[in-house]
Design a protein around this ligand. Structure first.
Ligand SMILES: [Zn+2]
Ligand SMILES: [Zn+2]
Length: 664
């Protein structure tokens, strides 16, 4: 819930930027009151990219009003009023609400601070009640704030929307005024530049322009992208990259089906509860006998419904015993129906399947580490409101692998996985990244609130190992308590695209619990059976999200190895010898698996070049009469312009080498 009260603990953790933004919300309220003294304020928290304040006001605030509100805000910031904290009793706070003083510049007889009164009720008995005062403005607020209004370096109002008080549509509708604030003007300007750039680079927009994918909601369904030929090139190039990288790192490949019996997920622990909401509902498969029984039960159920309707209409008191009996029978039929047949689920994750591949033969310590890799297709039931382009989908192809190892192999394996991440980051020119290391909460191993498997020793051991590896390999990371997976510590990898937008791309998890649930063992040197650790890793995340990221990262201008159309050969005219020479070049490239197209039309060369530039073709080979005579090719690169004429052989060799080496 957006309007849930922050706990004392959460408030103390508010960053400096959040304090600036929340303080700016107070300053905005101050300014709005100077213009419309009757305004009533509800909640004004910092949010992801700024802040808002909900206001009840007859005048509809529109973006045209922003400038005059901002002028008043600047005055308040220039006055550099301190944010004073005032502790009051509940009685005092109620009195001040009734007089209209809270969320106001002074008392407002006949216009009580109705929403503040409601907010006051939400403060638990025993918790301190505080005001924050800047200049004439007093607000019921638990803080924290910056020291003075002058600490707000730069701000801007951004939009206005409507919202219900406390998010409940039974409550009055309010105007929600959004803004953002930063430490200084440079940061504010950078932020808006990034937003503008992000809009231009939106993967949905570029995806449609370049013909990479479509999401057909009418017949196929929301969140189920169809990859067009050019998008499929991206998918397959990434798979090729992953397969080569994983092969060199000692992985072996496996393949598993898209569905499995319910029992599999009950064994893994994803069902009945933990993962249920993320999976598509099951499908039930009935054998012939079960199908007949199912139809019998259905017929009986219809008969019961008919009889019940009749009895209830006539004299329900007289027939109460019969009615109860029928209702019980109907319930029993439902139970039997539920138990009939076999329930299958679309797979939400590949691990349980891989665990069974591990279990398919007797394993010894000599088999470890065993690294099973698969570009597995999974299905997750995301709420339709959450679906977003390629970033949040319902069918996803994951760069998945599970590394089974002994405890003493863990550090080396985990380091190797991290090195693989870094290798990819370098390849894609991702300069900024952070690993979010999520650990468990020891108070939630047992009891009603239990969230993690109850293995305190293993938690400590694996978390220490992960932390040590991160420190030793000098990888930037932040530690986040109480966000681990139920079976072990987890790392989410956050990256920033060149335009500065943040993405969470991949995860890396340690699992010391599920292998045990599957009874996975290996025979150790000392002839005892031991349970392996399992590392779940997916450095390239899913095709969907990773390609969505790459589209925005490159703004569709992919490097040669990845570009859907790598080369286009253009002729200066359509004379036969020229076209013949150009065709030879096309054939030679195609023989070497280069994705090449040709434009030998009689159109003017500038128009042909323009077409290729618009289609974001990486390299254009322009061929005129002089090139033909000299055995040359003129090279033009998308976004870089002409690079000049070179001997054909040299150009070919260079193109092939750039593709093979996956040059940037
Ligand atoms: Zn406040
Ligand atoms: Zn997994």
């Amino acid at each position: 819930m957006e309007n849930e009260r922050k706990t004392v603990d959460e408030r103390q953790k508010m960053t400096e930027l959040e304090r600036i933004r929340h303080s700016c919300a107070h300053v905005m309220a101050t300014a709005i009151l100077r213009l419309w003294p009757e305004a009533q304020f509800a909640a004004g928290p910092p949010v992801e990219n700024g802040f808002y304040y909900d206001v009840d006001l007859k005048h509809r605030i529109s973006p045209e009003d922003f400038e005059k509100i901002e002028v008043e805000m600047k005055k308040e910031i220039k006055a550099n009023h301190p944010f004073e904290k005032i502790v009051v009793t509940r009685e005092q706070a109620i009195k001040d609400s009734e007089s209209g003083r809270l969320g106001g510049l002074g008392e407002r007889p006949g216009n009580p601070s109705k929403f503040k009164l409601g907010n006051l009720e939400a403060i638990p008995e025993g918790e301190q009640i505080t005001y924050f005062k800047n200049g004439d403005f007093i607000d019921l607020c638990a803080g924290p704030h910056v020291m003075r209004t002058g600490n707000i370096g730069a701000f801007k109002l951004t939009s206005v929307a409507s919202a219900y008080y406390k998010g409940d549509e039974k409550n009055p509708q309010l105007q929600r005024i959004y803004g953002t604030a930063f430490k200084n003007k440079t940061q504010l300007e950078e932020y808006f530049k990034m937003l503008e750039e992000a809009k231009k680079r939106d993967h949905r927009k570029i995806g449609a322009e370049m013909g990479l994918f479509v999401i057909e909601t009418d017949l196929v369904g929301p969140g189920l992208p169809l990859w067009l030929p050019k998008g499929t090139v991206l998918v397959e190039e990434l798979e090729k990259l992953a397969k080569e990288t994983e092969f060199q790192a000692g992985y072996v490949r496996v393949r598993t089906p898209h569905i499995a019996k319910e029992k599999l997920y009950l064994t893994s622990g994803h069902l009945p509860i933990l993962y249920k909401d993320s999976m598509f509902p099951p499908m039930t498969l009935l054998e012939e006998q079960q199908r007949l029984r199912h139809e019998d039960l259905l017929r009986r159920k219809f008969a019961i419904v008919d009889e019940l309707l009749k009895l209830k209409k006539e004299d329900p008191a007289r027939d109460s015993e019969r009615i109860q009996g029928l209702e019980r029978e109907s319930f029993e039929i439902s139970l039997e129906q539920d138990g009939l047949g076999e329930r299958y689920y679309l797979k939400g994750m590949n691990c349980p399947h891989h665990h069974l591949i591990f279990a398919s033969q007797q394993r010894s310590y000599r088999d470890l580490p065993l690294r099973l890799a698969e570009y597995g297709c999974c299905y997750r039931y995301e709420q339709s409101g959450e679906l977003f382009g390629l970033m949040r989908v319902r069918s996803l192809n994951m760069n998945d692998a599970h590394v089974y190892c002994a405890i003493d192999q863990f550090a080396a394996e985990f380091t190797a996985v991290n090195e693989m991440y870094q290798k990819y980051f370098k390849l894609f020119g991702i300069g900024k990244y952070v690993m979010r290391f999520s650990t468990h909460d020891p108070s939630r191993l047992t009891g009603e609130n239990a969230k993690y498997v109850n293995e305190p020793e293993l938690w400590k051991q694996t978390e220490d190992m992960v932390r040590r590896t991160l420190i030793d390999s000098k990888i930037p990371y932040v530690e986040v308590p109480n966000e681990a997976a139920f079976y072990g510590p987890k790392i989410d990898v956050q990256v920033w695209s060149v335009s500065g937008r943040e993405f969470t791309l991949a995860t890396n998890q340690v699992d010391f619990a599920v292998p045990k649930r599957f009874g996975l063992t290996y025979r150790d040197r000392d002839n005892t059976d031991k349970t392996p650790l399992c590392i779940h890793r997916a450095p390239l995340g899913t095709h969907e999200r990773f390609i969505g990221f790459l589209i925005e990262h490159y703004a569709g201008n992919f490097p040669l190895w990845l570009a859907p159309e790598q080369v286009r050969v253009l002729t200066l005219g359509e004379e036969e010898p020229l076209v013949h020479y150009a065709k030879q070049i096309v054939n030679e490239l195609r023989t070497n698996f280069v994705r090449v197209e040709a434009d030998f039309s009689s159109n003017k060369i500038n128009g042909k070049i323009q077409d290729a530039e618009t289609a974001k073709v990486h390299t254009m080979l322009v061929i005129g009469g002089r090139d033909l005579e000299a055995g040359n090719v003129s090279v033009r690169v998308h976004g870089k312009g002409h690079l000049g004429a070179k001997p054909k052989g040299e150009v070919m060799a260079d193109l092939l080498a750039a593709i093979k080496e996956r040059r940037a």
